[in-house]
Design a protein around this ligand. Structure first.
Ligand SMILES: Cc1ncc(COP(=O)(O)O)c(C=O)c1O
Length: 547
């Protein structure tokens, strides 16, 4: 903001005004308010600048560490927000933005979000949330039912029970996974004799009391990094989160999982949880949940399923069977801000047994009292917004059949995109979509063939050079701002575990058409045919001995 601008004055009178008097319709804020309500997409298109500005340059707009002494006029701040923030934000709801798990939102979320903000309810306790607490308990119950399909009598008994919670509503998948593993950890070393439990006496006392040498969590090598954070926070350490190899389809190898469990038992290391994944973050695959449930049940180990991404596949009559065995999990994570199309941050963790979460119960006299229905007694977080209103509304307005359509068309679009890539002479489909995520790279057919025949060292070197090319194409495409796929690096069985950099497409936006995907491939092809990229390709061809 310019130095010469008129400054507002701090006075009680103006403070009363900003708390009580709505902005006039013709003020800057009033006008923005109106145009957002009438046409959010148009407003964003008008204000988000397509060309990429360097982040270091943007940082100069946010370089001042001083809190202003004098107030700023609302209109000035709004102008700053428009020019410096909105203009340089990411158009994640564009149908050609298919790179990440953050997608478009249904329009009704906007007014509902405003109601939520305006009411500013705090779900930590009934005294500050009233009807929002039973509503959140119902949402947790609905997600529980989606997974566990218990009879109505079960929900009548437990959903609103003051001493229990069927799950925990939180800010996202990370906290949902942490909550599940927190409960699992406390249950694996329960109170006994003079040991008052992990919550009271801590991990060291628990290990000494039970005589274990360590605790471990087992998950496939494709497990989300939030599990590493959980292992760290829960005091068992990231190295105790053990990654089990995956097979050619990116699914955990259950033979190795069972073997690892038994090896650890022999070393007197207690496995506190086995984690199955529904929708691996990079490749969208689903672990063999039924087999994992068997392994966990045989050894009396907590079975957690991280279905942050893929859980809503349960809405689909056609694809639900991919998740067979999820109903045997002790706990399940679902991120509402992913495929329930709710704004961030809304995540949920549910527990099959209403007693499981009791192992982390926490009370305080002034707030979450014993015997109250306060949800704060079973959550990691303290003060929490009423985001459940958005999940509740999504479930009501879209309904099971609506979500089914969204899920089915995402999976089928991913399949069509995969076919399109396979039919193209110059692209390689790296991982097949099982749900709605796939990976691929630019790889002309002659190089593809030569790679198969190449000696190990040559192949590894060629893949390294191709990785640089894939990165350059992805960065150039992002910079152009017309379309976007993300990129990741995979060590796949099919490629002798060479690190391969790939484009990653996530097809969850219902407005993405196959036409858009075709154009996106054409754009990537066009970028790959620019002189600098052609030189990189010539280099790879020379290495592989093809002219
Ligand atoms: C499988 C999986 N689990 C957990 C998470 C973490 O979710 P959040 O980013 O909402 O904390 C993600 C996020 O992408 C995920 O893909």
């Amino acid at each position: 903001m310019s130095e010469s601008k008129k400054l507002a004055k701090a006075s009680l009178e103006s403070l009363y005004r900003i708390f009580t008097v709505p902005e006039a319709p013709d003020s800057t804020l009033g006008q923005i308010d109106q145009s957002i309500s009438q046409n959010l997409a148009g407003f964003l298109q008008e204000h988000i600048v397509a060309a990429e500005r360097d982040l270091a340059d943007i940082e100069r707009d946010f370089a001042d560490p001083h809190i202003p002494e004098q107030p700023t006029f609302v209109s000035d701040q709004i102008q700053f927000v428009l020019d410096k923030l909105v203009a340089q934000s990411v158009h994640i709801s564009a149908p050609s933005f298919v790179g990440h798990m953050t997608s478009a939102l249904p329009y009704f979320m906007l007014p509902l979000s405003r109601i939520m903000m305006a009411l500013n309810q705090n779900l930590v306790k009934v005294e500050t949330s009233k009807a929002f607490t039973p509503m959140e308990r119902q949402v947790i119950g609905m997600v529980h039912h989606l997974i566990y399909q218990q009879p109505d009598t079960f929900y009548q008994r437990w959903m609103h029970d003051r001493g229990h919670a069927l799950g925990s509503f939180c800010s996202g998948g990370t906290i949902a996974n942490l909550t599940a593993l927190w409960a699992a950890r406390n249950n694996v070393l329960p109170p006994q004799g003079d040991f008052a439990g992990l919550g009271q006496d801590g991990l060291l006392a628990g290990m000494q009391h039970y005589g274990y040498r360590g605790l471990a969590i087992l998950v496939s090598e494709r497990g989300h990094y939030s599990l590493g954070k959980a292992a760290d926070i829960l005091g068992i350490g990231r190295r105790s989160l053990i990654g089990i190899e995956t097979d050619a389809n990116n699914k955990i190898r259950t033979d190795l999982l069972a073997k690892k469990c038994d090896e650890l038992a022999k070393q007197n290391i207690k496995v506190m949880a086995i984690v199955g994944i529904v929708g691996t973050s990079e490749t969208g695959n689903v672990d063999p949940l039924d087999e994992m449930a068997d392994i966990a049940a045989e050894r009396n180990i907590h079975f957690h399923v991280d279905s942050a991404w893929g859980g809503p596949t349960l809405f689909s009559d056609k694809y639900r069977s991919l998740l067979k065995g999820i109903e045997r999990a002790d706990s399940v994570t679902i991120d509402a801000h992913k495929q329930l199309y709710v704004p961030m941050g809304a995540g949920i963790c549910v527990f099959r047994d209403p007693e499981t979460l009791s192992s982390v119960e926490h009370h305080a006299e002034y707030i979450i009292r014993k015997g109250s229905k306060d949800l704060g007694s079973h959550t990691v977080e303290g003060s929490r917004p009423g985001m459940a209103i958005l999940v509740h509304s999504g479930l009501q307005i879209i309904g099971r059949q609506g979500y089914e359509l969204l899920i089915d068309q995402g999976i089928e679009k991913a399949r069509s995109f995969a076919d399109m890539i396979q039919a193209a002479e110059d692209f390689e489909l790296v991982t097949e979509p099982e749900l709605n995520i796939l990976t691929y790279r630019y790889l002309p057919a002659d190089i593809q063939q030569a790679l198969i025949a190449a000696a190990d060292a040559t192949r590894i070197e060629a893949n390294q050079r191709l990785n640089l090319l894939t990165k350059s194409i992805q960065k150039t495409q992002r910079g152009l701002g017309r379309s976007f796929v993300s990129r990741t690096r995979l060590n796949l069985v099919r490629y002798q575990r060479d690190p391969i950099v790939v484009f990653r497409a996530v097809l969850a936006n219902p407005l993405t058409t196959t036409e858009i995907l075709r154009d996106m491939l054409a754009e990537q092809r066009e970028i790959a045919n620019r002189p600098a990229m052609l030189a990189q390709l010539a280099d790879v061809r020379a290495l592989l001995g093809i002219s």
